[in-house]
Every structure is written in structure tokens, then in C-alpha cells.
Write a protein that binds this ligand. Structure first.
Ligand code: GRG
Length: 295
């Protein structure tokens, strides 16, 4: 069970991230584009990636303002990916975070520009001020975010996903797709949060192991929720994967084995945190949250 202390931490962080994003997102000419960017980013979403960045920052004693900055950069990339994913040329969806998708509320051209602009804004946010003590570390952070979003990360995973509709992927192929499409940005959120403080190479390797396990666990749970939950609970169209004949952990393994896989990944994530002691308590709670979530 997730305790009250964790619940209030989540609400406080979600609120703070919302305020920070509201301050970052432009509110000027061109008004329609900026309005659509705000519509697509604010007022919804679990903010899992920012929460992970903040929790990882607790491991390395990171400066709160820097973590907020990198967590917003990651969330902007995530928001862009959702807007583009919903476009008619991709998943063609009408509902996101309980609201009409960006291209439905505005139009396709605006949605395209919203994604482009959110992605650019993310790189402005992570690079315009110091977020790490060492400029070389900050350069690595910018590279890491670019890699996570690009053709060897999220966009590449999306390409594999689009290519796989109606085709049978085996388990390693499915894993490869999800590591890129979902896992890399979650991994970036965690490592970027930690990079805002002090972390040695051994700790970084353990955190990386944790990040990979938790990123995949997030996706396995997403597949289970898509198969088992309602559209009202998820705030996005449920049952889409099987309707579109998409390979998922549920279609490949069945619900029971997919749930076992989520538990195995939870265990592996927790093991990777063993050496961190109390400093990793928030990350442990986040791992429980990700695996137990209902939406
Ligand atoms: C268009 C380049 C490009 C990439 C799209 C992230 C993505 C790649 C597509 C989203 C489709 C999808 C359902 C992916 C599976 C997992 C996932 C990222 C779910 C949505 O993330 P949540 O649950 O969403 O964190 P909220 O709304 O809570 O932020």
C-alpha cells in the first residue's frame, strides 16, 4: 500500500511541476500555437517522469531548482510525444488525459507545430542555466536527453511500433521496441535527476540498472491496463492495442504472465537500489506506484 507521506509528496511535486511548466510555457504571439502547447502540457498527466527525476535527485543530494528544470524538460518531450502519437498519421486518437487530443481541439498543422515546439523548448530549458556543477556533466545531460528522444530512443521505438502493426513480434523484439519507445525517456528522467547532484560511477551504474527495469515495468503495466481498464479510468482510449492488432506483453504472454513479468521487474529494480539505503526511499515508493497504479 502507498502510504500517506508518499501520497502527499506526489501531490506536492505534481503541483510544483504544474506551476513550473506553466511558468516555462510561453503565453505570447503566436497565441494559438502557445495556447495549444499549454493545452497539451498543463492540467493533466501523472507526471511520472518528473516524479522519478525528483526521487532520483534525492539520491545525489541534487539542488531542487535544477531538478525541477530537468524534470520539466523531460515532461515537455513526453508531452510532445503524446501530441504526435495521437495524430491521424500515427495512432489517430481523439482522447488524451480525459480531453480531446490536440489535433481535434485545434487542427493537425497546429498539433505538428506543438510537438516540434515542445521538443525545442525542452532543450532550451535544460541548457539555458546551469543544472550541474560541472559544465561537462551538463553537456552530457543534454546529449542524454537528445539520445533518449531521438531515432535510437523514443522516435526509433515509435518507428518500430508503427512497423509492427499486424505483425507478430517475438519477446526480444517487443522488449527492444519498448526500451526505446518508453524506457529511454524514463531512464533519462532518472539519470538527469541524479546528475543534478553528486553521484559516483558505481552508483550511476546501479541507478541505470534500476532505470532500465522500472522503464520496462512501466510499459508492461501500461499493456496490462490497456487490456483490463476502462477508457474513463485511463483518460485515453482503452483496448486500443488489441483493436489495432498491436503486439503487447499481454498479447504475447497473456495477462497472468505479464503480471508476473511486472513483479520480476519490480524485484530487479528494488535490488538495484539496495546499496543506496535511505536515500532511495522515494525511488522505492515510485517503483511501487508504477507497478501498482490503476491508470
Ligand atoms: C511520436 C516520436 C513519437 C513518439 C511517441 C510515448 C509514445 C511515443 C507514444 C505514446 C503511446 C503510448 C501509449 C505509449 C506507451 C506508454 C506511455 C508512454 C504512456 C503514456 O505515458 P503516461 O502514462 O501518460 O505517463 P500521462 O498522461 O500520465 O503523462
Amino acid at each position: 500500500m502507498l502510504n500517506d507521506n508518499f501520497q502527499s509528496w506526489v501531490h506536492a511535486r505534481q503541483h510544483a511541476v504544474e506551476n513550473a511548466l506553466a511558468g516555462i510555457l510561453p503565453n505570447s504571439v503566436p497565441f494559438r500555437l502557445h495556447d495549444a502547447m499549454r493545452y497539451s502540457t498543463l492540467g493533466g498527466g501523472k507526471r511520472v517522469r518528473p516524479l522519478l527525476a525528483h526521487a532520483a535527485g534525492e539520491i545525489s543530494g541534487a539542488d531542487a531548482e535544477s531538478v525541477m528544470r530537468v524534470s520539466c524538460a523531460v515532461e515537455l518531450i513526453h508531452a510532445y510525444s503524446l501530441v504526435h502519437d495521437d495524430l491521424p498519421c500515427m495512432d489517430d486518437d481523439v482522447l488524451r488525459r480525459g480531453k480531446p487530443t490536440c489535433h481535434v481541439e485545434y487542427d493537425e498543422a497546429t498539433a505538428l507545430l506543438v510537438g516540434d515546439s515542445l521538443q525545442s523548448l525542452a532543450f532550451e530549458v535544460i541548457s539555458e542555466r546551469a543544472v550541474a556543477k560541472d559544465p561537462a556533466v551538463q553537456l552530457e545531460m543534454v546529449r542524454l536527453l537528445a539520445h533518449a528522444a531521438g531515432s535510437r530512443g523514443m522516435a526509433g521505438g515509435q518507428a518500430i511500433d508503427l512497423d509492427s502493426v499486424g505483425r507478430q513480434l517475438d519477446l526480444p523484439e517487443l522488449e527492444n521496441m519498448h526500451i526505446r519507445k518508453t524506457g529511454e525517456l524514463i531512464r533519462a528522467a532518472i539519470l538527469l535527476g541524479a546528475y543534478c547532484g553528486e553521484i559516483d560511477n558505481e552508483e550511476l551504474a546501479n541507478l541505470d540498472h534500476f532505470a532500465k527495469s522500472v522503464g520496462l515495468a512501466f510499459q508492461v503495466v501500461d499493456d496490462i491496463l490497456d487490456a483490463e481498464s476502462s477508457t474513463a479510468t485511463l483518460g485515453k482510449t482503452a483496448g486500443k492495442d488489441s483493436k489495432h492488432n498491436k503486439p503487447t506483453y499481454v498479447s504475447l504472454l497473456g495477462v497472468k504472465q505479464a503480471k508476473e513479468m511486472a513483479q520480476d521487474l519490480h524485484r530487479s529494480a528494488m535490488e538495484a537500489l539496495e546499496g543506496f539505503g535511505e536515500r532511495a526511499e522515494r525511488l522505492r515508493q515510485m517503483t511501487d506506484f508504477i507497478v501498482q497504479r490503476q491508470f
